[in-house]
Design a protein around this ligand. Structure first.
Ligand SMILES: *Cc1c(COP(=O)(O)O)cnc(C)c1O
Length: 474
């Protein structure tokens, strides 16, 4: 048969392999780790207990993961072979030039995208789920427990646990589980036990239900339920989907690959855009490229796209706040809207967290990247345009990154971007309801409840004032 030759139509010139190490960004800026991890555990006990229903939390993470989070000694951290073998089943992920999108926009800038939606779990979360399952298994854990909002994290962890022979229990925010029944179904297919949260399986959940029988659930409650189960059962551990340095580290696969893939195009981005939940996919693509840009002495603009209704970077404060990432650190210094803030139920559930990774927060406070807040209709519209032109439907979360990139391309500062790279963190095939509502014109644009945001910010400021006083008196 006379088949066309691969590589004949402008695709990269060489095949690449999966990186054998992660990019340790902590090594690049150790001072940010210090700024972010200042520990005020004793003083902050009160609000922490409030947040998890008074449950005592035992240290949950294997030493290997804790070390990864605070390693200031090694420039790169090598990936163990059994883990590499699993990464090879779906990595390297595609990096393509968005020719048809460029044309549609009439843009003179080159637009590229990296696509993390092609694995079984449908998002970048699998990159850390596999790594965590590997290290927990090695440390003797039998059972991983977690809370999930939109469900991508729960799906990734369920799949990773099935590969490593670990039991898995996921507490999924009730309203999300009802909106996206495919997610819990998929978790169950991989053997996970899924509880709609609040559930009656925990004290925290039962309490929430007794106060409000039709409780829609929140990520904080789901996390509390997961912590309660993990804390009370031998061999059970709580695993965390984003925010912590080790999770960000696992995601650097995205950026390490992207550097090599851009080189295969003889190109290098001057602008990188990713959406911001707690920050793992943003860090994953941005930090390795940023290291490379410093090495080449090139200017690089990093842009985080967040929802207008959960605007921690554009409207939040840099302060100590409750950090429900893992239950190992009571409070963290980060950009936050205050832990009392409940973002409206937008379709991009993965971006509804009130805080930001402490590491990225320290970076942002130092002016090292910027943030753009995007409305829900604007993001879904951008996601659809991307689907029409590039043939892939971004997750509503990732669509925020597309929307921010479109703004940059359409209204360039001077000088405008010449080469822009967008991270597409996941696919939107389970989010068709949101896309359809938008295209039928029945989507009601959610807005910030200004009074409750002000209230939450005030509570957070007061908490910080009390901390300062307490510290001053020591
Ligand atoms: C979880 C998730 C996000 C947000 O989390 P980050 O840690 O900020 O990356 C973004 N996109 C998708 C598809 C997700 O599943």
């Amino acid at each position: 048969m006379d088949l066309p030759k691969a590589g004949a139509t402008g695709s990269p010139k060489h095949r690449m392999s999966v990186p054998d190490s992660w990019c340790n960004f902590v090594y690049d800026f150790p001072e940010f780790d210090y700024a972010a991890s200042t520990n005020l555990s004793e003083i902050s006990k009160g609000p922490r207990e409030e947040s998890i229903g008074g449950v005592d939390v035992k240290p949950q993470q294997p030493l290997a993961l804790m070390r990864q989070s605070h390693n200031t000694r090694d420039r790169v951290i090598s990936i163990p072979e059994p883990l590499l073998e699993l990464y090879r089943t779906y990595r390297p992920t595609p990096l393509r030039r968005a020719h048809r999108l460029e044309k549609k926009l009439g843009s003179s800038a080159r637009i590229y995208f990296k696509y993390e939606g092609g694995n079984l779990s449908g998002s970048h979360k699998l990159n850390t789920a596999l790594a965590q399952a590997f290290y927990y298994k090695k440390a003797g854990a039998k059972h991983l427990v977690t809370g999930t909002g939109a469900g991508q994290w729960g799906t990734a962890l369920a799949y990773a646990c099935s590969l490593f022979g670990l039991s898995c229990t996921v507490f999924m925010v009730r309203i999300s589980a009802r909106q996206k029944p495919q997610r819990p179904a998929m978790m169950r297919l991989f053997g996970a036990t899924v509880h709609e949260s609040p559930s009656r399986t925990s004290r925290v959940g039962s309490l929430a239900l007794s106060q409000k029988p039709d409780h829609p659930g929140t990520l904080a409650t789901a996390t509390s339920e997961a912590l309660e189960l993990a804390g009370g059962q031998d061999g059970a551990r709580f695993a965390v989907g984003s925010g912590e340095n080790c999770v960000l580290l696992h995601q650097t696969l995205i950026g390490v690959e992207a550097v090599e893939q851009m080189a295969a195009f003889d190109d290098f981005p001057d602008t990188v855009v990713a959406c911001m939940g707690a920050g793992s996919n943003f860090a994953g693509i941005a930090l390795p490229i940023s290291r490379e840009a410093r090495a080449r002495q090139k200017q690089l603009r990093l842009v985080a796209a967040e929802p207008e209704t959960c605007p921690k970077l554009t409207r939040g404060i840099y302060a100590f706040d409750i950090n429900d990432f893992s239950g190992t650190t009571p409070v963290s210094r980060m950009y936050t809207l205050g832990s009392k803030y409940v973002a409206p139920a937008i379709h991009a559930g993965g971006l509804r967290y009130h805080g930001t990774s402490p590491w990225l927060s320290a970076m942002h406070a130092a002016g090292m990247f910027e943030a753009i807040a995007v409305g829900e209709s604007e993001s879904l519209s951008a996601g659809l345009l991307f689907a029409e032109t590039e043939g892939l439907l971004p997750a509503p979360e990732s669509a925020h990154a597309v929307a921010a990139a479109l703004r940059i391309v359409r209204n360039p500062r001077n000088p405008g971007p010449r080469c822009i790279l967008i991270n597409i963190s996941g696919h939107g095939l389970f989010d068709l309801t949101g896309y359809e509502e938008f295209s039928l014109g029945s989507l009601t644009e959610a807005t910030v409840d200004e009074a409750s945001l002000a209230d939450s910010l005030r509570a957070c400021r007061n908490f910080n004032d009390r901390l300062e006083t307490a510290l001053g008196e020591e």
